[in-house]
Structure formats: C-alpha cells, structure tokens
Ligand binder design. Structure first.
Ligand SMILES: [Zn+2]
Length: 295
C-alpha cells in the first residue's frame, strides 16, 4: 500500500543512499541492451515522487518510472551482505485472510533467490531491489511529460503551493461528466495526486464528512475543511512513517492505534465508541468510516 507519503519516504531513503553513486550493474528481465549499457557506469542523478509515481533519472539520460500499486516494495541492502547471500527479503504475507496477522508462509533466506524480485540496481556499497513491480518503465524521454504523470492533479506533498483552486476546478470538471462521491473523487489522481485508500478514509473521518456524499452535496464549510486537512494529514503521514493518528500517552504504535478508521472495521471509534464500518460496494474501493461521527 504505497500512497503519496509512503512513496515520498522511500524516495528520500533511496536518494540518501544512492544519489550520485555509480551503478555497477542492473538486473531486469528483458531490459533493452542499449538502455542497460547506458545505465551501467552512470550515476543516479535524482529520484523524485510524483503523486504515487517514482521517477529515477540516471546521469546518462535514462529515466525509470515506477508505480507500486498495492503490491510493490523497495528495499536497500548492504552490498557486502548481498554478495555473501546474507540479504534477507521481506516476509511473504498469507493470502490476506487476516490483514493484521501478517503470517509468513515461507521465509526466503537469500534475496537473490526470491521470485518476487523484479529489479536490482547494484552500486559499490548498496543494492536497491524492487519486489513485485508492477510498473517499471525505462525510457530515454522524460516520463513527467507523458501520461499518466502529465495529467496528475495538484500534488500537495511535492509541490510548494497547495493549489486548491485547481483541485476545485478539476472536481467540477469530473463531477460534470458523472456525479462523483467524495470518497471516489479523492482517489482520482487527475483531481488530486497522492491520495490512496488509507488517506481517503482518514481525511474524511477527520473532516467528519460522510464518504457517500456527492461532490455537489458538500457545503463551503466542508470543502474548506477538506482543503485544510488534506495537506496537513499527508504531511503528518510523511513525517510519521505512514501513521495518521497521534498516539496518546502510553499508547503503543500498532496497526490498531496508527489510524482513526483505516482497517479498523468492527473496532470502536476513538471519538464516539461506535463501531467502525468497512463499505465495499458503494465506493470504488473499500471505505472505512464511523457512521456516528460522519453523518
Ligand atoms: Zn465516531
């Protein structure tokens, strides 16, 4: 689950450890030999997040666009451990029978043998690995000038100014074509970039907005509240490793305490004690909400 804040966190980590470092090797199935030869010996010039996309630029002019969707993940390993077979891949999750159990069905001991590895970038000191893909596109032209990045709506984490007027304009355009629910509109990357299912549910809870309201049903107070809280919560998630709820004194940071409503179906609302509901049919993706606080 990689939404804007989590994508920015991994971009920072990769940038910190690999920026300016010479690429000694790259392993990617069916990589065009011309592109491979240009990357080897070049340096990672930058890595930048654009909404939920990551864009790498190598000093030889090659670009890489990645979108992790629901499954992709990046890990950075120490080169000497990798060479010795001591770099351990992340655990595999069970078939999501219980999202919180995270039970391991099989532990790989050496990342080099892990079938989920899609891309490996090797420098003298570090090895960057991407698991599961699903989108890894190499190109000689800049992906930010092409779809889908070109049409992204304002990105309030990565742009200096949070352009709410532009978002309002895009909301109007999209809701003219088809009446949109606010919970679906927040997921539309052409309206606003970087929000996924988690931040959608959390933002609507904080603003006490019913997720099944249509855009046209939101009054100006609700709209202003939304535009105030969106950049605030994304920044909070970025600064707190994806956590969206402040912990109370003595509270442990756990899957149950990290969020207001997200993945807390059946648990008590932190504010009113009503049971949190997960709705899967009315909205494009599952929505977690409190039926009392968000009337
Ligand atoms: Zn509540």
């Amino acid at each position: 689950m990689s939404e804007g804040p989590e994508v920015k966190i991994i971009a920072d980590k990769i940038s910190y450890l690999l920026k300016g470092k010479e690429i000694e090797d790259i392993i990617f199935k069916n990589l065009d030999s011309h592109i491979k030869n240009k990357i080897i010996g070049s340096e990672l010039e930058y890595i930048k997040p654009f909404g939920k996309n990551l864009v790498f630029k190598f000093s030889s002019g090659i670009f890489l666009r990645n979108h992790m969707m629901m499954w992709g993940k990046w890990r950075i390993y120490d080169r000497s451990k990798y060479d010795k077979g001591l770099a351990i891949p992340p655990p595999r999750r069970s078939k999501l029978k219980n999202l919180h159990s995270l039970s391991t069905i099989k532990k790989e001991k050496d990342v080099r043998n892990d079938s989920r590895v899609r891309l490996t970038i090797i420098t003298k000191e570090a090895v960057l690995i991407e698991f599961n893909g699903p989108i890894l596109q190499f190109s000689t032209d800049n992906p930010t000038e092409k779809e889908p990045i070109k049409s992204l709506g304002p990105d309030c984490l990565n742009q200096q100014i949070f352009d709410k007027e532009e978002i309002k304009k895009r909301l109007l355009i999209h809701s003219k074509q088809k009446e949109l629910l606010i919970s679906d509109a927040l997921l539309n990357q052409k309206i606003i970039a970087g929000i996924g299912n988690k931040y959608k549910s959390e933002i609507l809870f904080i603003c006490k907005i019913n997720p099944f309201k249509q855009i046209s049903q939101l009054d100006s107070i609700q709209q202003n509240h939304l535009f105030k809280e969106i950049p605030k919560l994304l920044k909070y998630g970025y600064e707190n490793a994806g956590r969206t709820r402040p912990l109370l004194t003595g509270e442990q940071n756990s899957w149950n305490t990290r969020h207001w409503v997200f993945r807390r179906a059946g648990r008590e609302c932190w504010i009113c004690k009503t049971k949190i509901i997960s709705e899967k049919k009315l909205t494009a993706r599952s929505t977690f909400w409190c039926p009392y606080c968000q009337q």
